[in-house]
Every structure is written in structure tokens, then in C-alpha cells.
Design a protein. Sequence first.
Length: 235
Amino acid sequence: MNSVGGLRKASLQYGLGCDRSKNLVDICGQKGSQAFVGDALSVPIRSGSCDACISIAVVHHFSTAERRLAALCELVRLLRPGGRALVYVWAMEQEYNKQKSKYLKEKRATRGGMEETNGGASERDHQHLVHPNNNTSQEIHPKLPVHTNRTSFDSQDLLVPWHLKDGAKKKAEPIESHQPLSNSANWCKPSPVFHRFYHVFCEGELEQVCKSLDCIKVIESYYDQGNWCVVLEKR
């Protein structure tokens, strides 16, 4: 996006990515991109060293307003004065201006060996949930609603179920947790389900959080296929 880069074509450009998932970082390496495993709240890069930063589908995974603000502050810390950042978060409004988002229209989506699956009523009673402050599955009492795939959101804070794809399969199937066990030789054990925390943003929420940051100017705020997006510039 031109408004984010703002870099001269003749200038030397170097891109570097960061993610908590080693598997995703390895995929970047296989595709010839430079990336490392890291924490968005504490990126091991010196302050003011980046001309542009992109944060796609990251901030909405933090479970509190304080942590979401801290993630944006860390993003701004990396920028040089005049540098710009593009931030995308999932929107509460999956139908906007009488148009359904791509998320509602598509059947299923896969990402990094994980496939989003349907979170039906039977899964809402599932006890192996991921606590919003952790990344591992554990026995807890469900306190957050489990989202049903390809439907509008009923809550801003929720869990979205994903199941781990079998690398040998070309296409993974959603898990039906109410399906009875079978002794048939053809029965395959279903892939494990992981519940990921999301905070979906309402209209204007991301922009307001960005405006609360020091030394920041919001250049643009817009809606894009079920996401709220902001382009900001460091003064």
C-alpha cells in the first residue's frame, strides 16, 4: 500500500517479519523471507529503526485493552519519525454498508496448517479451552462464547475454534464433536481442536486507541472486508 510505505524507489529496502509461531516463521524462510520468533509486546529491534511497519491480524489476539494498547505502543516505538504503520484487526461488523464480508461468504479458511472449524452448540460445552492470557490448552470453565464459523459475531471477546490439519491430507474436515465413536477400520481419530482468543473491534474503536498514543497522527481509517484498518504516522 503506497500510503504506508512512503519510501523512495531508489532507497535500500529490507523487510523483516516477526511471529510467535515457529512454524509460520519457518514457512517464511522457505519462501525466501526473513523472519524470527518474537513477542509483539517486546520486539528485539532498536527504537526508531523502521521506515514502515505492518501489523495484520495481531492486535485482536490480546485479551485486554491494556495489552492491545501496549502492542500498538511497541509498533510505534519501532518507527522512525515520519515512519508509517498499517494495522488490521477483525471487525465486529461483518456486514457493512449492506455488504457481507468475505469471511461470511467463504466456506472455510486455512492458515499455517490450522483450519477454522465450526463452533456449534456441542462445542460450547467443551472444557478444553484456551485461556485468553495463555497459548496452551488447559482444563478451565468456559467463560467466553465459542464462535460459530462463518456467522456474525455476538460478542466482542470470544474464542474461535481451529483444528490442526493432518499434513498428509489435502483437505481437512470440520470436527463434529457429537459424532459417535465407531469400531470401523475406516474410522479416523479427529484432529485436535484449539480455541484462539479474539477481541473483535467495533467501528471507530481502533482509531480511538491509536489517537490516544503519543506522537502519532492517524492518516487514514477504513473498513476492508470484515476488518478495521488504520494507517498512522509517527511525528
